[in-house]
Design a protein around this ligand. Structure first.
Ligand code: BES
Ligand code: MN
Ligand code: ZN
Length: 490
């Protein structure tokens, strides 16, 4: 999609779809009056008849029938909010209307009250994100009509270097989000550990990037015992994916990104009920977010040393499956008694965190669809953030606010370690009946060796139960944009 900035007004812009964002009850704006004059009062009449008042999410589509250079006119209700999320959603809605009427280009009257760069970034992001579809398994699908051009215009509008930089980063990030969504949406018998490794190799190419995919032998040699234990119930071999990015110059910081890659979570011998399994192909969303993020680094030019670690397997109850009561001894010497094989994410992340910690990165961030308890606490719109480092947590919170991928910090309650005491090992893999997201995070913390670390529990927002405006039902790619934003601040 080509993005243009033009110094022009609503009456002269020539386009398939002219979009005018309207604040609630602000129907006397000069732009609307100018349009109404050209449309001989027809617009005013339609506004009154349809009771369009600019409520957020409302739209009014008007065919100009040759009275204007623009073919169709869309009034887009913005409500009273002027934050970046409103612009993101407005962009997405505009894109959907364009799809519905087959428009190949659209022009938007761009006059934000404040922070025009942030607003433009969010708007373009919304337009781009809303273009995603996953139709490869539908027999009757036609590819969506491509939006070739988006024009932002206003009398006196000029493109600045700062604006260009922001839009460049937004546009460079989108393919990473779409890659993550694709990997999540593929059926779980396609997205196996092997497939995930191949996809990482295929998409993480370009200057500075290299990928290693470890098979079972190497995983045994590296003593990644948690991954081996979870894999025992499966016919598929596990993989451990390592994606490295080295900048051309001396790196300013070293970052490790770790993603949970359970390609299907049946629960293992502690089997889930059928209903809870329906969406369990989503359980590699953390890994998908790391692959999506890493794949974009050659296009972003950060002076950072970044390594992505993705332990991956499915969690199945085959004849050789690990059993409740089994004990895993980890490479850092710690032992975990497995009392519930459905608490498998922490078992494979423990390996990856311990391995990453050995490289002494400045920051470690892991993403995982770790607990149903986190969904109970925060719902599906918000991810849980845990951290042993307040400044890292604050930085991530700020990045999440900017991207609209909402996070909320939950505490690492030391007292709850009590609930993890095992009668035979250093800890067990489940806590008591309350605070399940916290006890899971406390287990992970045992493996980070005091390195500044954050854990994002994305069990809620990784998968959309219905269309969210910027994402259809299915994998959302949650985390990719926030990780890229985070890296850009280092
Ligand atoms: N993958 C699930 C968590 C999950 C639940 C993700 C719902 C997305 C939506 C995880 O492996 C799991 O099964 N967790 C258990 C932990 C419990 C056994 C301590 C859970 O949350 O029930
Ligand atoms: Mn599970
Ligand atoms: Zn799981």
């Amino acid at each position: 999609m080509d993005i243009r900035f033009r110094d022009t007004n609503v009456e002269t812009v020539k386009t398939d779809l002219l979009i005018l964002p309207v604040q609630e009850k602000r129907l006397e704006e000069p732009a609307i009056r100018a349009l109404d004059r050209r449309l001989k009062g027809g617009l005013r009449e339609r506004i009154q008849k349809s009771k369009f008042s600019g409520v957020e999410g409302s739209t009014l589509l008007y065919s100009t029938a040759g009275a204007l250079p623009a073919r169709q006119l869309l009034l887009l209700g913005m409500g009273n909010a002027t934050d970046s999320d409103t612009w993101r959603k407005a962009g997405a809605r505009g894109r959907k209307e364009a799809l519905a009427i087959g428009a190949q280009e659209m022009a938007l009257f761009f006059a934000p009250e404040r922070e025009p760069i942030t607003a433009a970034g969010a708007l373009v992001e919304g337009v781009s994100l809303a273009s995603y579809q996953f139709n490869k398994y539908r027999s009757n699908s036609t590819p969506p009509i491509e939006l070739k051009q988006l024009t932002l215009f206003k009398p006196g509008l000029k493109k600045t270097a700062a604006m260009e930089k922001t839009l460049g980063m937004v546009q460079a990030s989108i393919p990473g989000v779409f890659l993550a969504r694709d990997l999540i949406n593929e059926p779980p018998s396609i997205t196996t550990a092997r497939f995930l490794g191949e996809q990482a190799q295929r998409h993480c190419r370009g200057r500075g990037l290299s990928v290693e995919v470890w098979g079972k032998k190497k995983i045994e040699a590296m003593k990644l015992t948690g991954l081996l234990a979870v894999n025992r119930g499966s016919h598929e071999e596990p993989r451990f994916i390592v994606i490295r990015y080295k900048p051309s110059g001396k790196p300013r910081k070293k970052v490790a990104l770790i993603g949970k890659g359970i390609t299907f979570d049946s629960g293992g011998l502690s089997l889930k009920p059928a209903k809870s399994m329906e969406t369990m192909k989503l359980d590699m969303s953390g890994g998908a977010a790391v692959i999506g993020t890493m794949s974009r680094l050659p296009h972003l030019g950060f002076e950072l040393d970044v390594t992505g670690y993705i332990p991956t397997t499915d969690n199945l109850p085959g004849g050789n499956a690990q059993k409740p009561g089994d004990i895993i001894r980890y490479l850092n010497g710690k032992t975990i008694e497995v009392l519930n094989t459905d608490a498998e994410g922490r078992l494979i992340l423990a390996d990856a965190l311990a391995l990453a910690a050995k490289q002494k990165p400045d920051y470690m961030i892991n993403l995982a669809t770790l607990t149903g308890a986190c969904v109970v606490a925060l719902g599906t719109a918000v991810g849980g953030l845990f951290s042993n480092d307040p400044s890292l947590a604050e930085r991530l919170m700020r990045c999440a606010e900017a991207t609209g991928e909402r996070l909320w910090q939950l505490p690492l309650v030391r007292e709850y370690r009590e609930h993890l005491k095992s009668s035979v090992a250093d800890m067990k893999n489940i806590g008591g009946s309350h605070g399940g997201a916290i006890t899971a995070a406390l287990i992970l913390q045992e493996f980070v060796d005091n390195i500044p670390w954050a854990h994002l529990d994305i069990a809620g927002p990784a998968f959309a139960e219905s269309d969210t405006g910027i994402c259809p039902k299915g994998g959302t790619g949650f985390g990719v944009r926030t990780l890229i934003k985070f890296l850009s601040t280092l």
